[in-house]
Design a protein around this ligand. Structure first.
Ligand SMILES: Nc1ncnc2c1ncn2[C@@H]1O[C@H](COP(=O)(O)OP(=O)(O)OP(=O)(O)O)[C@@H](O)[C@H]1O
Length: 368
């Protein structure tokens, strides 16, 4: 069992990297706690596989340290790191039986044969593979093969963490949820650190207690699915999590608040002084479609907007509207009165977030 710490980690595939863009992993400081169920979520190319390969030892990082508990493991080869890795495509021996495939890692470690069989049966039982133990792996379906792959990671008692690299890619959609549930159950039973890589936010939130959201080689937020939804730490989190993503409005700062297309949205002195102290022109306001308040009728608190279209998504509707030249979206409830050409909206202060240089600005309480 291990806590995995990444200390000032960076990796470039180039021999002489010159700037941020040359790095697949950019200066990363992160801790995966022992026993946690984590998802590493992000779009294609953001560096997820690179990071997993660095942790498992398949790749040596250009800079920084990988630490298991208190031990720096940079110089340890993969076989000495006690990390199991499950890849997109099952890694099994087709000509062997399921039993022999599951037994392979134990026999490789010279575990005595009388200890191999009980362990193989225990893992086969958890993964519903008992009936297939005598079958050759070659004839198995894709999900059965992937379960054998996972089982090969689980048989070893010395495994400190299991890294899953998009393990359900080859699995039929209707079986995916079953395997995901199985993984969750295994996590509870074995108390193993699990890091599950995916680019699917639903997969991430159903598996993980905490999600690390990666963007351009950095973990831009690490938190519960709810934290990522309610309080995105970076504009990319707002955009990537949720469907549709967060609305953003570029603004400038004046003496009373945030200015946008001739309108001033008031802000507290503490928030304004914090934003001002950051000295950047890259200021955005962000609000999720779910939190835009759509009023049934015109009123003094609301801004008038023009409705572009309303998309019916079954139990709710998404209204696209134009607010002083910026197109935004709001979620309408099932029983909400449908606006026609015009609508009246407002932004509840609690849900209106401020971003400077793409990162969330949070005012600490002492300043309020
Ligand atoms: N062997 C390699 N040599 C050079 N560049 C690489 C290599 N592997 C990955 N990269 C680059 O590093 C960056 C991160 O890639 P990586 O595969 O880690 O991302 P990912 O998030 O896992 O993407 P995906 O979801 O598509 O697998 C990308 O720009 C990719 O092109």
């Amino acid at each position: 069992m291990a806590q995995i710490t990444l200390n000032a980690l960076a990796h470039s595939y180039m021999p002489n990297p010159s700037g941020d863009a040359d790095y697949a992993i950019r200066h990363m400081q992160h801790v995966w706690e022992q026993g946690g169920a984590y998802a590493l979520l992000g779009p294609s190319g953001c560096g997820k596989s690179t990071l997993l390969n660095i942790i498992s030892g398949l790749l040596a990082p250009s800079e920084g340290e990988v630490v298991f508990d208190d031990r720096i493991v940079n110089d340890l080869p993969p076989e000495e790191r006690n990390i199991a890795q499950v890849f997109q495509f099952p890694v099994i021996y087709d000509t062997m039986t399921v039993f022999d495939n599951l037994a392979f890692p134990l026999r490789n470690m010279k575990v005595p044969e009388h200890k191999v069989a009980p362990k193989v049966h225990e893992v086969a039982d958890i993964l519903d593979l008992t009936k297939l133990l005598k079958r050759k792996a070659k004839g198995l379906s894709a999900d059965e093969k992937q379960k054998v792959s996972m089982g090969r990671g689980l048989v070893r008692d010395d495994v400190s963490a299991i890294l899953f690299d998009e393990p359900l890619t080859v699995i039929d959609p209707q079986l995916k949820w079953k395997l995901r549930r199985k993984l969750k159950q295994i996590h509870e039973q074995f108390n193993i650190t699990m890091v599950y890589v995916t680019h699917d936010q639903l997969e991430a939130s159903t598996f993980a207690d905490k999600i690390a959201l990666m963007y351009e080689g950095q973990i831009v937020q690490f938190g519960s699915p709810r934290e990522l939804f309610e309080n995105p730490a970076h504009t990319f989190v707002g955009y990537f999590i949720g469907s549709p993503g967060m609305n953003f409005i570029p603004v400038t700062l004046n003496d009373h608040g945030f200015e946008f297309a001739g309108l001033t949205l008031p802000a507290s002195n503490a928030l304004m002084s914090q934003v001002r102290s950051m000295g950047s022109d890259n200021i955005k306001l962000g609000i999720r479609p779910e939190f835009v308040h759509v009023w049934d009728d015109k009123n003094d608190e609301a801004y008038e907007v023009s409705v572009r279209d309303i998309e019916d998504l079954g139990t709710y509707r998404i209204m696209s509207f134009e607010f002083r030249g910026t197109v935004m979206k709001a979620r309408l409830h099932e029983d909400q009165k449908l606006p026609s050409k015009k609508a009246w909206i407002s932004f509840p202060e609690q849900w209106l977030k401020v971003y400077v240089n793409e990162f969330l600005v949070e005012v600490n309480d002492e300043q309020n």
